[in-house]
Design a protein around this ligand. Structure first.
Ligand code: CP
Ligand code: NVA
Length: 303
């Protein structure tokens, strides 16, 4: 039976750990994986812009011996022409997998039900699982483990927060989620992550106070306004500015590294100087997007 990768929420800690190790193996010995997608084609359908996800999937699939077709659904020329079920069923006539970046998570479940080929979530309103995987690969590389580490996420509770919570819980990484009031992570995702964390011994704490980051190994942040959110920056800037990830927070928390999924907005959610500092893991995270995704595709398509 085909498997999709929409959230990681139904994965076991063991399966998550194995996938992380597969990604590291592929990164270290790419030649051993250069044919796993030979003769296979992946359709990448994007309803929103992307640099990292689009390019890392395209080049990554090429490195596995496969072929990617990019489908632009942002221009308006494809949007609304037919129902999502029909789009997905047609793609499944030719392709071996669908990678999709969509506005609504429901579109992904529609695709997954309509297509008899694997569907991979390349970001939706609720999750960004490929990002979460890359980020814990990065932490593993830096610390030699994920279990027992603490990540403090500071900023808007969003799709990236949710995937960090789920993947982190499965990998035994403690989470502190610090958001301004009214911008918390989704309560049902937090509750589910806590049930996963109970299996690995990880803790999950929510706070509106920056001092909750004290003792964290890494500080993580993301944009205050996610794609599709038309809220004017001016209306939220004052509320979010105290949550800026900067040198003072790195100092007071004692964190060794700073992380951000990017695109980053210099001197808003993170200072430009911190991005450019030796505490920054941003480019390593970006690089690991490809290796993590290649592990996902290897697992879903070589089964
Ligand atoms: N981090 C990430 O998903 O970047 P893109 O939006 O550029 O793909
Ligand atoms: N939360 C951000 C992540 C971008 C990679 C967004 O959805 O726009």
């Amino acid at each position: 039976m085909k498997q999709d990768l929409l959230t990681f929420a139904d994965w076991t800690p063991e399966a998550m750990e194995n996938l992380l190790q597969l990604a590291i193996e592929i990164k270290q010995a790419p030649a051993s994986y250069s044919n796993v997608l030979a003769g296979k084609s992946v359709v990448a359908l994007f309803e929103k812009p992307s640099l990292r996800t689009r390019v890392s999937f395209d080049i990554g699939i090429n490195k596995l011996g496969g072929h990617m077709v990019y489908l632009d659904v942002q221009s308006g020329k494809l949007a609304g022409r037919e129902d999502s079920v029909d789009t997905a069923a047609n793609i499944a006539c030719w392709a071996d997998a669908i990678v999709a970046r969509v506005f609504s998570h429901d579109t992904l479940t529609t695709f997954a039900n309509a297509a008899n080929i694997p569907v991979v979530n390349a970001l939706c309103d609720k999750y960004h699982p490929c990002q979460g995987l890359a980020d814990y690969i990065t932490m593993f590389e830096r610390f030699g483990k994920t279990k027992g580490l603490t990540m403090a996420y500071v900023g808007d509770g969003n799709n990236v927060t949710h995937s960090l919570l789920i993947v982190g819980a499965l990998l035994g990484c403690n989470q502190v989620v610090i958001t301004p009031q009214g911008h918390e992570a989704d309560a049902s995702v937090v509750a589910h992550a806590k049930t996963l964390a109970a299996q690995t011994g990880a803790s999950i704490v929510e706070s509106t106070e920056l001092n909750a980051a004290k003792g964290a190994d890494v500080i993580y942040t993301d944009t205050w306004l996610s794609m599709g959110d038309e809220t004017p920056l001016a209306t939220i800037k004052e509320k979010f500015m105290p949550y800026q990830v900067n040198e003072a927070l790195m100092e007071s928390s004692g964190a060794r590294y700073v992380m951000h999924c990017q695109p980053a907005h210099r001197d808003l959610e993170i200072t430009g100087s911190l991005i450019d500092s030796d505490k920054s893991l941003l480019m390593q995270q970006a690089e690991n997007r490809m290796h993590g995704q290649n592990a996902i595709l290897t697992q879903l398509l070589s089964a």
